[in-house]
Design a protein. Structure first.
Length: 111
């Protein structure tokens, strides 16, 4: 029996690695929310299937990350997003996907 984590990853593997946003939507998102999030990154750590981004533990950053994840999950259903908030630690945004998605993650969010 597969675990639910493995089952969701298998579903993710079947999705095409393609953004469903049109060019104008993508440019606007890159100019606004993506630029703002990139400026706030403390550091980036490559992972086996994506990247982990660290940010200051501030409410404003958490709200921006939440907005970003909400927008991106709709246009890039092949990606998995995790916002990790731990006591007295930087906020972490983990973005992962199928093997071919790592280049897409790096180009959109930073590598």
């Amino acid at each position: 029996m597969k675990s639910s984590a493995n089952a969701s990853y298998d579903l993710c593997m079947d999705l095409p690695i393609a953004c469903t946003s049109n060019e104008m939507e993508l440019r606007e998102r890159q100019r606004t929310i993506l630029a703002s999030v990139r400026e706030s990154v403390l550091d980036i750590t490559p992972t086996a299937d994506g990247y982990a981004y660290r940010f200051k533990s501030e409410s404003e950053i958490l709200m921006r990350l939440s907005t970003l994840v909400d927008l991106e999950r709709r246009c890039c259903p092949f990606l998995t997003f995790r916002i990790v908030v731990e006591p007295q630690q930087p906020i972490r945004l983990e973005i992962t996907g199928p093997p071919d998605a790592k280049a897409v993650i790096g180009s959109l969010f930073g590598a």
